[in-house]
Design a protein around this ligand. Sequence first.
Ligand code: ADP
Length: 162
Amino acid sequence: METKTAVYPGSFDPVTHGHIDIISRGLEIFDRVVVAVATNSEKRGLFSISERVDLLSRIFAHENRVEVVSFHGLLVDYLKGSGYKTILRGLRAISDFEYEFQIANMNVHLYPEVDSVFLMTSQKYFYISSSVVKEVAHYGGDVSAFVPENVVHALKEKFNQE
Ligand code: ADP
């Protein structure tokens, strides 16, 4: 049987339990999930691309159905080059929907064979975003409910709190 792979793209700066939840649920639907860290985001990141890839890789070290990669340029070009045709994204709020709808349509325009699959956020992760996590961590707040252990440490290191 053909292996069904979904590509889950994003900034992951840094990865949160919200992302991990989408990946875990994605694995219930797909055989493999390729987590693709985008390197061309306009947003200036707190973590470098290799740091983000490293944090993600450690979290999924024991899950051989998850692969972590980074890509540069357009997602559709990465998809064309790798032969994948399914994009996985998470939806948090109505505000996410408008943006996601725009991007998904643009991706189909650029690569008609591609399809996007959206998973609704689990209720308990609805309010988690990488930016809020960074803001709270920056001022020394406890973010251990929102990100895994290795990310808690990485944030403390970034903000010289260790
Ligand atoms: P981007 O900058 O491309 O939005 P993010 O790393 O912020 O990248 O998010 C990647 C994907 O994960 C997006 O589909 C986003 O909606 C989803 N996501 C982010 N946070 C959560 C969360 N708390 N629960 C579910 N999905 C989330």
